[in-house]
Design a protein. Structure first.
Length: 397
């Protein structure tokens, strides 16, 4: 059997990391994979995480299985993060949450669940979107379609075309929406634009599925969740896949969640029973460690504040790097306006570089960027920023 199988194509982003590791150039720069790095080029373990881990090890007295959906205390902490303290939907039992293996696991659990009841639905996602979105929903059996999002000519959100397409999507379909820090563009709707999106969702009737991978990396934990609070205020059913890889730095712990918001407690509980069935037939129940860290931090006011302070530091550093990158490119006299980079949110920037220019950066300068031109701004530091600016200036000359 195996002798007849051909090699699968490498992952567009993780394959780039493999090529980077094999590159002998001492000045090589990896701006492909979406991982936060500090000034020394390391992905740090947050101080709050270290303290939470120490507490877990001290008081842990069993390695027994968690429930299928994970710890109830973890679910409660996640719901407060997503919607705020004492939200009416949570108090009414209309929100149900499962602990999943990362945000990717949350997306797949949600896709499997929705496929049971929306068998003929299409899943609509932004053009462009995270490279793995299509694969996840297609693996669950869905046909995926695109809605307009990026205005390449102006490096901005093509909101009119985006909103117009949303009005035409059938009520039985599913629309995948990035809550904040859009991957790969870094371009988000304003609060006023989100209000128009929610108005369309009310009228059109399609099902909103939110991907919330970067809470706190946009503006703040509170303001980044505005779209969820908005849809909840309109009494709309929706689903949310959340990731704690970035904002808690728990990349290799694979810690995330899948949540559903129903119009009644009974409806949410009935739907969630099928979510648990999907989990049971997939991975049975989640691992403890990453979720235990998040649970410990969110339950302790002092630890929670320490985490928020560290999150603020990461976000502010990324914003500073955006400004430094724009200043560095301007200082080299490039005949192109890169100011749009400063207006983008989160870790990623759609740089405007073409696939051919990205290829030259890799082959000539050992600078690794996703073929779409997406740059991981969080991978920049004092030792590689000038290297990148010099290389881009030469490629664009």
């Amino acid at each position: 059997m195996f002798e007849s199988i051909q090699l699968a194509p490498p992952d567009a982003i993780l394959g780039l990391t493999d090529a980077f590791k094999a590159d002998p150039n001492p000045q090589k720069v990896n701006l492909g994979v979406g991982v936060y790095k500090d000034e020394s080029g390391q992905t740090p373990i947050l101080s709050a995480v270290k303290k939470a881990e120490a507490r877990l090890l001290e008081k842990e007295n069993t390695k027994s299985y968690l429930p299928i959906s994970g710890s109830p205390a973890y679910a409660a902490g996640v719901q407060e993060l997503l919607l705020g303290k004492d939200h009416p939907l949570v108090s009414a039992g209309r929100v149900q949450t499962a602990h999943t293996p990362g945000g990717t696991g949350g997306l797949r659990v949600g896709a499997d669940f929705l496929k049971k009841f929306k068998t003929d639905a299409h899943v609509w996602m932004s053009n462009p979107t995270w490279a793995n979105h299509q694969a996840i929903f297609q693996a669950a059996g869905f046909v995926t379609k695109d809605y307009p999002y990026y205005d390449k000519a102006n490096q901005s959100l093509d909101f009119d075309a985006f909103l117009e397409m949303l009005t035409t999507i059938p009520s039985e379909d599913i629309v995948l929406l990035h809550v904040c820090c859009h991957n790969p563009t870094g371009i988000d709707p304003t609060q006023e634009q989100w209000e128009k999106i929610a108005e369309v969702a009310e009228v059109a009737g399609w099902f909103p599925f939110f991907d919330f991978a970067y809470q706190g990396f946009g503006h703040s934990v509170e303001s980044d969740r505005y779209p969820l609070e908005l849809f909840a205020s309109k009494d709309l059913e929706f689903a949310v896949a959340a990731s704690f890889s970035k904002n808690f730095g728990l990349y290799n712990e694979r810690t995330g969640s899948f949540s559903i918001a129903g119009q009644t407690k009974e409806a949410a509980e009935a739907a969630f029973s099928h979510v648990k069935t999907s989990i049971r037939s997939n991975y049975s129940n989640p691992s403890r460690h990453g979720g235990g860290i998040v649970e410990e931090i969110l339950a302790d006011p002092a630890l929670r504040q320490e985490w928020l302070d560290e999150l603020d530091t990461m976000r502010d550093r990324i914003k500073s790097l955006r400004s430094q990158l724009v200043a560095g490119l301007n200082a080299r006299g490039i005949d192109r306006d890169f100011s749009f980079i400063e207006a983008q949110n989160g870790m990623f920037s759609f740089s405007g570089l073409t696939p051919d220019q990205v290829k030259i950066l890799k082959e000539k300068y050992s600078i690794y960027i996703v073929g779409s031109g997406r740059i991981n701004v969080a991978g920049l530091n004092a030792s590689n920023l000038d290297v990148l600016c010099d290389a881009i200036a030469e490629v664009l000359a």
